[in-house]
Design a binder for this molecule. Structure first.
Ligand SMILES: [Zn+2]
Length: 112
């Protein structure tokens, strides 16, 4: 090694807060420290497979639920629109019935 170009290193302990494993390493950091997870306890480093099947199923069921909710809402909106149209049609029908026809007017006039 070339002299006076490398940083000073210290032997420190890194402790995993999840599994309690301790690693002794060379570091430029001067103090011991704690990590949340390490190669000893993280499933990826242990070679364990993450069950993507259940994750996929959860996503699919969430999507299906979302679609079902949307369809339900669309059905509600459709019912509201239909009832509004029905009410409007009834109102128009009442107005149309109240309005006398030309023959009624002529008949009334001829009676007088
Ligand atoms: Zn660990």
């Amino acid at each position: 090694m070339k002299a006076n170009i490398h940083p000073k290193t210290y032997t420190i302990n890194i402790t995993c807060s999840s599994c309690g494993a301790t690693y002794t390493v060379e570091s430029t950091i001067q103090h011991d420290y704690t990590v949340g997870t390490c190669a000893n306890c993280h499933p990826i480093y242990r070679g364990e497979k993450i069950d993507q099947g259940t994750q996929k199923d959860a996503r699919v069921s969430a999507f299906t639920e979302k679609i079902a909710k949307a369809k339900e809402l669309q059905e509600k909106i459709k019912q509201i629109r239909e009832s509004k149209q029905q009410r409007l049609a009834n109102r128009v029908g009442v107005i149309a019935r109240e309005k006398p026809s030309l023959s009624d007017i002529v008949a009334k006039k001829s009676k007088k």
